[in-house]
Design a protein around this ligand. Sequence first.
Ligand code: C2E
Ligand code: MG
Ligand code: MG
Ligand code: MG
Length: 277
Amino acid sequence: QAKVAGKNCFRFYSRAMDQAVERRVRMEQDLRGAWERGELSLAYQPVYRLADNRLIGAEALLRWQHPEHGSVSPSLFIDVAEQSGLIETIGPQVLRAACIDARRWQRDFASGRDLFVSVNVSPRQLRAADLSAQVDAVLRETGLAPQHLHIELTETAVIGDEARVSALLARLRNTGVKVWLDDFGTGFSGLSHLRRVPVDGVKIDRSFIADVLRDPDDLALTTAIIAMAHSLGIHVVAEGVEKEGQYAILRERGCDMAQGFWLGHPMKAQDFMGLLA
Ligand code: C2E
Ligand code: MG
Ligand code: MG
Ligand code: MG
């Protein structure tokens, strides 16, 4: 009996595993050339400065409209792109498109003159040959001033091989762009890392913000991150602000910037320009 069940069990898992692998392989095939076919686009989520409630920038978020399956979650396809290496072609396309769009906001709208654009860069892109040269070339081509480009790296991207990562980040910051640590507080490294890894700011992960009104520990941690960042001379963005109360408390605690559904959902480039008009 047990043997049979075990066997079935094994078969079940192995089939489920095959399916997962198969799905990833298929996704990878579909993702190949998706940019050229116009299936990939950027959405922009507004970022506000808390001191004066002003719109000061936007985060570029990649969207994939699959011809059969409709929109695919970035947390799925970005991972596939990262694992397969496809991110090394898609990443630069994202970077270039975001810079072109930001340049356009600055040129075409009075309220867009000083906006920054924030671009997510994966661990593999950071380690790929010459991200800083790539950034330099794109800034020159598009005419975007370096201080208007923010590069977001997750903590996992900067973990390990500290000397190498510090050198990469230093080169990147030498181009004049700002480097941000994304999803801050979720990794292991957190605070101790900031001593050796040169960044311009941190984005507090939305898991902390989610309960900031109910859970005193989350509020304490958030407040501590803000204080610590400021004492190191770096800025803080809170992500995932979904309620007015969260915005208010972050403002009271001296957080510099915020983004989230309460402030604005990620939107089509066209709609973001509508916001500026
Ligand atoms: P992220 O960089 O931390 O981006 C923030 C995510 O939180 C986005 O999910 C955004 O839509 C979502 N979000 C924003 N405000 C709220 C809120 O108030 N509540 C909730 N629940 N969620 C909110 P999205 O667009 O699904 O992206 C997921 C992740 O995929 C991103 O996390 C980023 O790590 C990655 N990603 C997206 N675009 C790119 C890209 O162009 N390149 C790379 N390498 N990664 C990307
Ligand atoms: Mg991000
Ligand atoms: Mg984040
Ligand atoms: Mg996140």
